[in-house]
Ligand binder design. Structure first.
Ligand code: 3PG
Length: 401
């Protein structure tokens, strides 16, 4: 793929797709982890002689973390130490005028891309190029820079539409991720141990199936909400979890366990929150309303043994509410086992990236990425839509120049 070094950027108007999708505190609606905003800085610095329009999504429509980007603009301004223009608009006249009036060196942040209905759907590249978003805005840009590796698995207009009609290249994060991951995957060896937590259950279920089918998951160790879904499917949690699309996801988990009986490990003991205190128990003792906040010691010990015997370990999603000290046992324990293992190690997602830093373990990991779902899908061997769009844009650009 092409990179920023392949273009003369001075005076160009650039569409920069980043992923500033951050954790949001549901009580205050403030950004509670700014790692992904910090990551955008490197590419912005490479673009300091251009007119840059930064665009990102935040949350999913209908979810609690779905917000406008005004706080992101404030955080970015503080981190960059320079004025960041912000417009509460994505494709309308207000946004278009702001883009046209940009001067060299200025940065404009658009509002949440998912305010535009089209950005909530998956398209072919050609369809994405024909959306109103891409046809209206692409006229205003000279170059499209894709740097949102955490959303590389989405074929949304901002990700696959702009590179279809504009010269396009990878930003610094995408450039580094692709280079490092390609190197790592050539040395990765079995047994492949996948430690999966996280809350995007339907996405995780799809990825698990592909990982197993493509020989990338010999053991799948489950934590977090996806772990609860499998425990429910095994009948070890005896009450409904009360989550979205529960019947569908539980029956998919059930089918996976039936198809691959030796692959999955689920927690045997957990810790719940009782009025702020940690109470450990066997999973079968759980009752309706119990807040599962962490793994118990037997589970951490069992998972750590499997991690120690791995050739490659991939871990994504925290094992508990690690931000609270008395529920950090599982996350800290598993990350320590990953850091100490002789395997090739990959740590994925914003939460675990912060946790690694907090526990001083980052140096011992081979690859760390704030990407979650995109990275899981990359590991399955699937060609991610963003990478495919960048490769095709590079071929087109080279044959035209
Ligand atoms: C992520 O956090 O995984 C990316 O920002 C993609 O978000 P999405 O799953 O809502 O598309």
């Amino acid at each position: 793929v092409l990179t920023l070094d392949d273009f003369d950027l001075k005076g160009k108007t650039v569409f920069l797709r980043v992923d500033m999708n951050c954790p949001i505190d549901p009580d205050t609606m403030e950004i509670s982890g700014t790692k992904r905003i910090e990551e955008a800085i490197e590419t912005l610095k490479s673009l300091e002689e251009a007119k840059v329009v930064v665009a990102s999504h935040q949350g999913r429509v209908g979810n609690k973390d779905y917000t406008g980007m005004d706080n992101h603009a404030k955080v970015l301004e503080k981190l960059m130490g320079k004025k960041i223009k912000y417009v509460e608009d994505v494709i309308g006249i207000a946004a278009q005028n702001e883009i046209k009036n940009l001067k060299n060196g200025e940065i404009l942040l658009l509002d949440n891309l998912r305010l535009c209905a089209e950005e909530n759907y998956e398209f072919t590249q050609q369809e994405a190029a024909n959306t109103i978003m891409v046809s209206r805005l692409s006229k205003l840009f000279d170059l499209c820079v894709l740097d949102s590796f955490p959303s590389a698995h989405r074929s949304h207009p901002s990700i696959v539409g702009f590179p279809y009609v504009l010269p396009a290249c990878a930003g610094r994060i995408v450039e580094r991720e692709v280079r490092n991951l390609d190197e790592i995957m050539t040395v990765a060896k079995a047994p492949h141990v996948i430690v999966l937590g996280g809350s995007k259950v339907p996405d995780r279920l799809e990825a698990i199936k592909l990982l197993i089918q493509n020989g990338r998951a010999d053991h799948v160790l489950l934590t977090g909400l996806i772990g609860n879904v499998f425990m429910r499917a095994q009948g070890r949690i005896r009450y409904p979890l009360g989550i979205k699309r529960e019947d569908e996801v539980v029956s998919k988990a059930h089918a996976l366990i039936g198809e691959y009986p030796d692959v999955f490990s689920t927690p045997v003991d957990i810790a719940i929150d009782k009025d702020g205190d940690r109470v450990e128990m066997d999973v079968r003792e759980l009752e309706v309303g119990d807040k599962i906040y962490d793994l118990g010691p037997k589970t951490v010990e069992h998972y750590s043994k499997l991690i120690a015997g791995a050739g490659t370990v991939f871990i994504s999603g925290p094992a508990g509410f690690f931000e609270k000290e008395n529920f950090s046992f599982g996350t800290k324990g598993l990350l320590t086992s990953v850091a100490n293992s002789m395997a090739t190690t990959i740590v994925s997602g914003g939460h675990l990236t912060s946790a690694l830093k907090k526990y001083g373990l980052a140096e011992q990991i081979d690859h760390i990425s704030t990407a979650g779902g995109a990275l899981v899908l990359y590991l399955t061997g699937e060609r991610l839509p963003m990478i495919k769009a960048l490769e095709e844009a590079a071929t087109k650009y080279r044959s035209n120049s």
